[in-house]
Each structure stands twice: as structure tokens, then as C-alpha cells.
Design a protein around this ligand. Structure first.
Ligand code: NAD
Length: 396
């Protein structure tokens, strides 16, 4: 079985799906690994390191797509494949393709894959279960995002983060408000605490209070019940109008106290909730900074512009996308471990063994044998609905 690792494309992308360490693991499972020349360069893995791990380097991208039984990738198929083809049309018929696929937002790719009988699996569909934790690439990338957001904020803010006692007097620590205490938010809280800020963590889910406090931050959140705020998988639900107003009032009171706000609030499959209005921004101190990690899903702040830095009322609002790509060494290491663990579930004695009784294989599968296996995407395609709002709104 030939497994291809391609050079990732797309603006600012420096990660690689599989690192040399994982190549060794895959070789031990009896598969052949072909790596596109230069695929690891952005994450500082040379072709020689891949060769030393047992991979064969191939410089012709079209050849790789043609011979691969399996393609392991990070980015979903993008335009601009070899010969000007869309990458969705590049795997050979019947091949296996694994990457972040964001199927709800990429219906054309799903249609093409089904028509070409590609068995495709999406890293953003890995179930949030204990057994699947090793494969949870969403959490890996959210960890990198949360960490890097704090560093961006610290570099942009015109002030120190820690309290300093100096001969020139005492400097008060920065006050950081983290909105949304999921994986990215909790990492942002931990990182901001490590560089000495005083941190508040806000979320609508009461379940996160303990986690926020265990990281040394103060929890601020509306008094809402778990039933009102989260679904059976632990994800946030869209709030009722009454609950939303209650939550908004509490948040609005905290915003003017913050020197830095990092927002990470998302509701799977929907546009990001709008939590900071232009008026809220006008009440912040000039020199304050907002880093909006939900920029790719419409933003938590009304003034956020995806991929751009905006200054309004003296407040700098950053809307970075794919922040994890700016930490390519560790983001690649984590993703590589995640995708390797998932792929190894599909291999037995060096051959492909897709066991659809396994919940992880079943839940991550998007297309197989000409069928769309992921029910929410299938319903969308059958109902003729447009792709979900927001490139990342892909969870069921
Ligand atoms: P996410 O990216 O979907 O959302 C980020 C955060 O935004 C969440 O904490 C959510 O509650 C919050 N949010 C949504 N709407 C909000 C609003 N209006 N105001 C304030 N906050 C709002 O979440 P995620 O980081 O992917 O994690 C979601 C859940 O999954 C969490 O319960 C997390 O602990 C859990 N999880 C479990 C596992 C596992 O068991 N293996 C792994 C990862 C995450």
C-alpha cells in the first residue's frame, strides 16, 4: 500500500501532515511512504530526514497523486493541483483521502469524492471521546491557536503583561478577558497567566467554571443551566433570546475593564456568536487589543475583519486565520500524531482494513464506495442547501 504525503498549499501554510517520526511508525505497520520533495521544509523537516525514516522522495506532484493508494494531508483539497486541476479530482479512483475536510462547507468536494468513489475521512469529525483523544486534531490546532493568540496580543499591546516592581514604581499587570473556555480558550488562559496577566474566563457553559479556576483565572459567566447551554456532546448550543440577553449584559459589564480580549466562542455548524459590538469596543480603553479567534466564522466582534488588523476607537482588533500554521513545528508534530493514529486504525498487516463497526472509522468517514456517509452533509446535499456558513463550521 502506497501512502503519499503532499506539500501543503494555501496562504501562509507551513505545516506538514506527517513528520519523519510518524513515517517510522507507518513503515513499521508495513506501508510504503512517498513524500513530495520539500513537503516538510516549512516545519524544518528535510527530505533527508524523511529518507532516513524510510520514505521515498518524489518531486513530481502529479505522479504522487496517481500512484497513491492513500493520501494523508492537512488542508482540504484546494484549487491549483497539478495540471490546474482541483485537488478533489486528483486522487485515483477508489483511493483513500484523509485531511481536515470541513464537509458541510465543502459540498462540491464531497460530491466529487462520492462520484470518484474516494473513501474520504475528515479529521474534524473525530469524535470527542476518550478513545479518540489521540486523534483529536481539532484540539491540537486549538491549543496552538490559543497559545499564539496570547503572544500576538502581548506583542501588540502597548503595555507589560506581568506586574513589575521596579525602582520606578509598581506596574500593574495587564487584565486579560478570554471569551469562550473551550480548548483554545483554556490554552489562552493558561498562556496569559504564565506571562503574568490577571485573567478572567467567560463562557456560557457552567461546566467550564472549575477548569477556568484551576488555571488561576476568575470565571465569569451567566447563571444558566447545563441543559440551556450545551448539547449531549458538551458543545455550546445557540441560546434562547432571554438567555442570550442575560449573558450579554454580564459580558458587557466586563469588557471595559480588559486591556486585552481574546475571543474563541463558537457554536458548531453555525456562524460565531456576535459578542462584542462596535459600541462595546468604543467603551474599551484606547490601546486595548482584541484577538478574535473566531474570525474565520464571522468573528465574535462586530468590527473584526478576517485576516486583517483593524484599529477602531484606539483599540486594535486582530482577526487572524490559521494561527496554528505560524507554529509549524509543534502544530505539525501534533497533527502528525493525530492523523497517524487515525490511519493506523485503518491498517491491518500492511493492507487497508476499513472496519465500519468501529465508531471512529464510521464517524470520520465522509464518502465511501460512491456514497456520502456523513449524514449531516448528505442531508445538506439532498436538500439542495448551501454549504454551511463559515469555513470551519463543519462539525455535525
Ligand atoms: P468550540 O471551539 O466549539 O467552542 C469554544 C468555546 O466557545 C466553548 O467552550 C463554547 O462553550 C464557547 N461558546 C459558545 N458560544 C458562546 C457564547 N455565546 N458565549 C461564550 N462562550 C461561548 O469548543 P471546543 O474547544 O472544540 O470544545 C467544546 C467541548 O468539547 C468542550 O466541552 C470541551 O471540553 C470538549 N472536548 C472534549 C474532548 C474529549 O473528551 N476528548 C476533547 C476536546 C474538547
Amino acid at each position: 500500500m502506497k501512502v503519499a504525503i503532499l506539500k501543503e498549499t494555501g496562504p501562509g501554510e507551513r505545516r506538514v501532515a506527517v513528520t519523519p517520526d510518524s513515517v517510522k511508525q507507518l513503515k513499521a505497520a508495513g506501508v510504503e511512504i512517498l513524500v513530495e520533495a520539500g513537503a516538510g521544509a516549512g516545519a524544518y523537516h528535510s527530505d533527508a530526514a524523511y529518507e532516513a525514516a524510510g520514505a521515498v522522495i518524489e518531486s513530481d506532484t502529479a505522479t504522487l497523486w496517481k500512484v497513491a493508494d492513500v493520501v494523508l494531508k492537512l488542508q482540504p483539497p484546494l484549487a491549483g493541483g497539478p495540471g490546474g486541476k482541483h485537488e478533489a479530482e486528483c486522487p485515483r479512483e477508489g483511493a483513500v483521502f484523509v485531511s481536515f475536510l470541513k464537509p458541510n462547507a465543502a459540498l462540491d468536494v464531497v460530491r466529487t469524492f462520492a462520484a470518484r468513489r474516494i473513501s474520504s475521512f475528515s479529521m474534524d469529525l473525530v469524535p470527542r471521546t476518550t478513545r479518540a483523544q489521540r486523534m483529536d486534531a481539532l484540539s491540537s490546532m486549538a491549543t496552538a491557536d490559543g497559545y499564539k493568540a496570547v503572544l500576538l496580543a502581548a506583542l501588540t499591546a502597548p503595555r507589560f503583561f506581568p506586574m513589575l516592581v521596579t525602582a520606578a514604581g509598581t506596574i500593574a499587570p495587564a487584565r486579560v478577558l478570554v471569551i469562550g473556555a473551550g480548548v483554545a480558550g483554556l490554552q489562552a488562559i493558561a498562556s496569559a497567566r504564565r506571562i503574568g496577566a490577571v485573567v478572567e474566563g467567560y463562557d456560557i457553559r457552567p461546566a467550564v467554571k472549575e477548569e477556568v479556576e484551576s488555571l488561576g483565572a476568575t470565571f465569569v459567566g451567566p447563571k444558566l443551566s447545563a441543559e440551556e447551554t450545551q448539547d449531549a456532546q458538551g458543545y455550546a448550543k445557540a441560546l434562547s433570546e432571554e438567555a442570550r440577553a442575560k449573558a450579554q449584559e454580564l459580558l458587557r459589564a466586563r469588557i471595559p475593564h480588559a486591556d486585552v480580549i481574546i475571543t474563541t466562542a463558537r457554536v458548531p455548524g453555525l456562524k460565531a456568536p456576535r459578542l462584542i459590538s462596535a459600541e462595546d469596543v468604543s467603551k474599551m480603553k484606547p490601546g486595548s487589543v482584541i484577538v478574535d479567534l473566531a474570525a474565520d466564522q464571522g468573528g465574535n466582534c462586530e468590527l473584526t475583519e478576517m485576516g486583517r488588523d483593524v484599529v477602531a476607537h484606539g483599540v486594535t482588533i486582530l482577526g487572524p486565520v490559521q494561527l496554528a500554521a505560524t507554529v509549524p513545528v509543534h502544530a505539525s508534530q501534533m497533527y502528525s500524531r493525530n492523523i497517524t493514529a487515525l490511519f493506523l486504525l485503518m491498517v491491518k498487516n500492511g493492507a487497508l482494513n476499513l472496519d465500519f463497526n468501529d465508531d471512529i472509522i464510521r464517524d470520520t468517514c465522509v464518502t465511501h464506495d460512491g456514497q456520502v456517509m456523513h449524514a449531516p452533509t448528505r442531508e445538506r446535499l439532498e436538500g439542495g442547501q448551501p454549504a454551511a456558513a463559515g469555513a470551519a463550521g463543519s462539525r455535525p
